[in-house]
Ligand binder design. Structure first.
Ligand code: GLN
Length: 471
């Protein structure tokens, strides 16, 4: 069931939150041994929350906007009294001591948090294969990856285990798995959703995002989660619209930008779908306008320098003293340092080393500072583009879902595959991936709309129309 259907049933009394929760748990028990989307279920707490929602309805009280909706949360989002491990051995025993802002909001909206979902270790990756819990399988084809790092959340929604899952997106980790799995994934603009209680990867790029079966569901969830939070000084205070009520009947007067050069050398099936989408949007009245964003092509190198630098600083807290694994029996200080950091996986260590290197006094200017300057140029490009158009249309990824086990063949090309998505984090943009057709292997293709900060309403509206055209 979709979020809309569940809310309707709960409110009219044709289903109880407990029934829906139990159904989700049964479905997860059936499918998870294959898909591996959930790493832990919070069964008892979920049922207790569901019963509390049912009791609230029985008392005649008004229910929250996500009443009885089962939700999966990525394993880097804090839920008090529950484990949050970033799918890393480093945090194997870490239990959250407070709720993330989004968890508070979900519970206040009467949603039911079912469990935590699989992810790439510390959200670093694009295939979900760096998780200590093993890879997630793509429900569209179980020989393929679901994408990452929020692969568990995307697969959980795609497999119909839950209608809603939260992920985080630092360089595409909500939109890319959404594209690979054939679901909707929105990463709002930087600051739209509070990051309080999210385990940090790269603070200037991290954003919580939403995975759902359709655009209306994503819009409903965003309305619940967005807004100012006193615990996150980067969260934005602008009023939160009722996104799903603001969808327009057509796209007359709406300007969709197609960035020049973005389709050069692209996989032919994906390219054809972007072109088809542009043609079809025209039939709804949209105007398609080519735009220049010349510096955007440097987004991936810029992203990997800046986020690795931030990660090397953010992950410094896992020293066995403040957080993380503490080595026993080390004979001297250096051994203690080494042994305490040993639980980090290879990809995480790689990022910490790249980031530390980029921040050394010898390399700071030519690496980190230069990347920061390029970031400004990219931001400027997008700013100018959005003076001409309402949204941009791009592919979500240069490929569809990759086969499992391929990630190490060419790590650099995997990094470059983040090109279309990491632009959004480097630029602080709002981005959404919508399923639009399939490739020759019957794998879902995701297309992306970008909008400037606080233009979630526009990208949701465009995505809502594209989703209808895809049917
Ligand atoms: N694939 C990107 C990376 O490995 C994105 C990760 C993310 O968005 N969390 O860094």
């Amino acid at each position: 069931m979709t979020i809309c259907e569940i809310i309707k049933k709960i409110n009219e009394g044709s289903a109880t939150a407990e029934q829906i929760t139990r159904e989700a748990l049964v479905k997860i028990a059936q499918l998870n041994p294959t898909i591996n989307a959930f790493v832990e279920l919070f069964e008892e707490d979920a049922l207790a929350q569901a019963r509390a929602v049912d009791a609230k309805r029985a008392r005649g009280e008004k229910l929250g906007a996500l009443a009885g909706v089962p939700v999966g949360i990525k394993d880097n989002i804090l839920y008090e009294g529950h484990k949050a491990t970033c799918c890393s051995r480093m945090l194997a025993n870490y239990e959250a001591s407070y709720n993330a802002c989004v968890v508070e909001k979900l519970l206040a909206a009467d949603a039911v948090i079912i469990g935590r979902t699989n992810m790439d270790e510390f959200a670093m990756g694009s295939t979900n294969e760096t998780s200590v819990f093993g890879p997630v399988k793509n429900p569209a084809d179980t020989s393929r990856v679901p994408g990452g790092s929020s692969g568990g959340s995307a697969a959980a929604v795609a497999a119909g285990m839950v209608p809603l899952a939260l992920g985080t997106d630092t360089g595409g980790s909500v939109r890319q798995p959404a594209g690979f799995c054939g679901v909707v994934g929105i990463k709002p603009g930087y600051g739209r959703i509070s990051r309080y209680g999210v385990i940090a990867f790269a603070s200037s790029a991290d954003q919580i995002g939403i995975l759902a079966q359709n655009v209306t569901d994503a819009a409903i969830a965003l309305e619940v989660l967005a807004g100012k939070d006193v615990h996150d000084s980067t969260s934005l205070g602008a009023p939160v619209p009722s996104y799903a009520d603001e969808f327009t009947p057509d796209l007359k007067g709406f300007k969709v930008g197609l960035p020049n050069g973005f389709l050069d050398g692209l996989n032919p099936a994906i390219k054809a779908h972007v072109e088809k989408a542009a043609e079809q949007l025209k039939t709804l009245g949209a105007e398609i306008i080519p735009v220049d964003v010349p510096f955007a092509k440097y987004s991936a190198p810029c992203y990997y320098i800046i986020t690795s630098a931030e990660a090397s600083s953010n992950l410094g807290r896992y020293d066995g003293i403040r957080y993380g694994f503490a080595a026993k029996n080390a004979q001297d200080l250096n051994t203690y340092y080494e042994d305490s950091r040993a639980p980090f996986g290879l990809e995480v260590k790689k990022r910490i080393i790249i980031g530390t290197y980029a921040l050394t006094s010898e390399r700071y200017e030519e690496c980190f500072l230069k990347a920061m300057k390029v970031r400004e140029l990219i931001r400027d490009d997008f700013k100018k583009a959005f003076e001409q158009v309402d949204v941009l249309l791009t592919p979500t990824s240069p490929t569809t879902a990759l086969p499992l086990g391929k990630k190490d063949d060419n790590p650099l090309s995997l990094y470059l595959a983040d090109l279309y998505t990491c632009q959004g984090n480097i630029g602080g943009l709002a981005g959404i991936s919508v399923p639009f057709g399939k490739d020759e292997n019957n794998l879902p293709i995701g297309l992306q709309f970008y909008g400037p900060i606080l233009a979630e309403d526009k990208i949701l509206n465009a995505a809502h129309h594209l989703e209808k055209l895809a049917k």
